[in-house]
Design a protein around this ligand. Structure first.
Ligand code: TYM
Length: 334
């Protein structure tokens, strides 16, 4: 039986991924890669929709790939590659942009958030069409499933709409994908500001747990995380957002349900709970950090792995793109 195809990606927009990326996405990817035919990209073309320093972008691209592998994505099992190595992404994005409505793209909440943060004059057209490039990523591989955190759900819905629209106009060409969103961990919040999601572009460092950070620093951030005055380890997203977020992280890393965590810490203060969580985080992230650093010590080998996988991705993507060109009536080069 052929395995279902799965696609996901992350932007190389920081030196390190954070606990939201790790828990909300990478842990799922790792678990799913044995069952599905998985494609995972480092989406450098998405990262340039906001200004990037060229040397740093190259470095962050390698670092992101190294973190995928260090977290357990196996480049011999999954197709792990860099988006810009496969030309078809940019080409299909152009074609899909011609069937995307201006208003439809303008309704994307991530675009509205980012463009209001940067201001209209500093907002690029690329930022506006970003979700169309994401649709191209997914549709090129005829992906059935797209595991993401909940901030990407609207983009996957646009992808579905574009696939259906194209199929209706030009005949069945694309598989219509489904988002896969893990309810409990779809949104990890900032440790200092648990009303906002943990983000690479957070205003303050204190609320973000970086995968590649010095373990002592991460432990300190957990000890200083915002809680409340009630003093009991109890899950209540509305009334106790800080504690609930820490419990979600605990639950994801320890593989335990929230009720058993509540039981264990009943009658004990936040200090014990935070100390144990800090140990869990250090034990989980420490080995990932070591493996990522080891991979980064040999960039030539990392680049070689990425090139082998880009060739695999190219083959699938080129076949879809050729079909698309034919269907929309672009004259074949003789
Ligand atoms: P990016 O790079 O912002 O985030 C990568 C993945 O991490 C998830 N995530 C979170 N999950 C839980 N809590 C958080 N605080 C948190 N922050 C981020 C994101 O939902 C995502 O799954 N547009 C995408 C990248 C992309 C893509 C694709 C994804 C490009 N093409 C095709 C899937 C399929 C993005 O910016 O992710």
């Amino acid at each position: 039986m052929t395995r279902q195809r799965l696609y996901s990606g992350m932007q190389p927009s920081a030196d390190s991924l954070h606990a939201g990326n790790y828990i909300g996405a990478l842990l799922q990817w790792r678990d799913m890669q044995s069952t599905y035919d998985a494609f995972f990209s480092v989406v450098d073309l998405h990262a340039i929709t906001v200004p990037q320093n060229p040397a740093e972008l190259r470095e962050k691209t390698r670092r992101t790939a190294a973190q995928y592998i260090a977290a357990g994505i196996e480049p011999s099992k999954s197709t792990l590659y860099v988006q810009s190595h496969v030309r078809a992404h940019a080409e299909l994005a152009w074609i899909l942009s011609t069937i995307t409505g201006f208003g439809e793209a303008g309704r994307m909440t991530q675009f509205k958030d980012k463009s209001s943060r940067y201001g209209q004059d500093s907002t690029s057209v690329g930022l506006f069409t970003y979700p169309v490039l994401m649709a191209a990523d997914i549709l090129l591989y005829q992906s059935e499933l797209v595991p993401v955190g909940d901030d990407q759900k609207q983009h996957v819905e646009l992808t579905r709409d574009l696939a259906e629209r194209f199929n209706t106009r030009f005949g069945t060409t694309f598989t219509v994908p489904e988002p896969v969103i893990q309810k409990d961990t779809a949104r990890i919040y900032d440790l200092q500001n648990p009303a906002s999601k943990m983000s690479k572009s957070a205003e303050s460092e204190a609320g973000v747990l970086w995968l590649l950070d010095d373990p002592a620093k991460s432990a300190k951030k957990i000890m200083r995380a915002v809680t409340d005055t009630e003093g009991s380890v109890r899950f209540d997203r509305g009334a106790k957002p800080g504690v609930s977020n820490l419990m979600t992280i605990y639950s994801a890393l320890a593989g335990r349900d929230l009720a058993s965590i509540e039981d264990e810490y009943a009658g004990r203060g936040y200090g014990d709970f935070k100390k144990d969580l800090a140990e869990l985080v250090v034990a989980e992230f420490g080995p990932v950090r070591e493996r990522a650093n080891a991979l980064l010590d040999d960039p030539a080998e990392l680049d070689r792995l990425l090139a082998v996988n880009a060739a695999k991705a190219d083959a699938v993507a080129d076949a879809t793109l050729a079909d698309v060109y034919d269907r929309i009536g672009l004259l074949r080069r003789a």
